[in-house]
Design a protein around this ligand. Structure first.
Ligand code: GMT
Length: 372
């Protein structure tokens, strides 16, 4: 099928990577001339008000006394049906199996022969936490099976999906997450000898182990001048602040909260820290690499597919705070190695994860599905 496509995108509108990736796919497809409808319970962080090319549909979940839990998944289905009845959708690209793939399946059933194709992109915790939870597993598995195409951002997540949900019979395509190197431009290296700046960006969930970030920083600042910049917010923030205070580090740490200008923050960084417990990919680490910031991270999940260990960053076992501290100090003490890593990080982001190359793959997938 050639020509203009009508594409629906469903996502969580949060600062997390899945919302960023879904929104950027929508914006990219709109730039390519496709008609894009984006469904979410709020306007996604990266969909600014002037992005008129993507039509935003808020999914309102109405509460009634009889509902103990308002049924968001049904509201999402109804919203898709409503839009598709006015303007047929060729396909709906959902991000997160639970409940978006389920909502899309239901919408397609309601729409019948005119229903859209469904592309489901899994992002990580929808498999590793929600998908394996017996409360959701049967529905997650069914909704993935009934998708017309399933993609994941890393080979690791493809394996985990097949293993945890026993889905060996479902074709799963690895389509990596991406970055726009023209937006996340390379930053000039900082002067050697400056106060080192370590940055962490996340949604401050337990899985990110932000307390390890603080502990690593404590080890670094004990041995050389350094600042820690924390971007984001989330459930662990209280514990992180408490640890910063317990270690008497407040004067060395900047808490920036959720920010839209992540590139500007990364531009002032020497190192990016991502000591997560689990990570299917790590969009924040990719954005850091695009700006030329080497990453010190856990050797976990899909992270080794994003960061080339020893070339664009250093990967250590989960929880190895001492190892990560030594890794950071070692790099900061070796400006020439740091410079080489900066260049390699930027080059890797462009070579393997450039936005247009990945959008080409999604567009080809959409057309293949519609032709079949
Ligand atoms: O990691 C999170 O808490 C947020 C979550 C999300 O909704 O964006 O991230 C998942 O999807 C991202 C985009 O594909 C990946 O970069 C993250 O690695 C993945 N998180 C986990 O697997 C824990």
């Amino acid at each position: 099928m050639s020509g203009r496509l009508a594409i629906g995108i469903c996502c969580y509108p949060t600062f997390g990577g899945s919302g960023v990736i879904a929104t950027e796919i929508g914006l990219g497809m709109a730039r390519r001339g496709h008609r894009v409808h984006l469904f979410a319970y709020d306007r996604p962080a990266r969909l600014s008000d002037d992005e008129a090319d993507v039509i935003f549909h808020r999914v309102d979940v109405r509460d009634y006394p009889v509902f103990h839990h308002p049924p968001y998944a049904l509201a999402m289905s109804s919203r898709i049906v409503d839009v598709a009845r006015h303007e047929p959708l060729d396909l709906v690209h959902v991000h997160y199996a639970v409940p978006h793939a389920t909502s899309a399946f239901l919408a397609r059933e309601i729409l019948g022969a005119d229903g859209p194709r469904i592309v489901t992109t899994l992002h990580g915790t929808d498999i590793t936490l929600i998908g394996r939870d017996p409360i959701y597993r049967p529905v997650a598995r069914f909704s993935i099976e009934r998708s017309d195409a399933v993609t994941v951002p890393s080979r690791w997540l493809a394996e985990e999906t097949r293993r945890l949900l026993e889905l060996a019979h479902v074709p799963i395509e690895v389509v990596p997450n991406f970055v726009d190197p023209e937006r996340f431009t390379a930053a000039p290296p900082r002067e050697p000898g400056d106060c080192a700046r370590l940055v962490h960006v996340s949604n401050f969930r337990a899985v990110k182990r932000v307390e390890d970030v603080v502990a690593i920083f404590a080890g670094v600042v004990a041995r050389r001048p350094a600042r820690l910049v924390l971007v984001g917010d989330g459930p662990e923030m209280g514990r992180v602040e408490a640890l910063v205070d317990a270690l008497d580090l407040r004067r060395h740490v900047d808490f920036l909260g959720e920010r839209h200008d992540v590139r500007a923050v990364l531009a002032g960084a020497d190192l990016f820290l991502l000591p997560s417990e689990s990570e299917s990919f790590g969009v924040a680490a990719l954005e850091a690499q695009a700006v030329g910031v080497p990453v010190i991270a856990s050797h976990v999940g899909g992270v080794p597919e994003v960061i080339a260990d020893g070339e664009t960053g250093l990967l250590l076992p989960i929880g190895d705070v001492a190892g990560m501290t030594e890794a950071a100090l070692g790099l900061l003490a070796d400006p020439e190695r740091l410079l080489r890593m900066r260049a390699a990080a930027r080059a890797r982001a462009i070579e393997h994860f450039e936005i247009n190359a990945v959008l080409d793959r999604y567009e080809a997938l959409y057309r293949r599905l519609l032709a079949s």
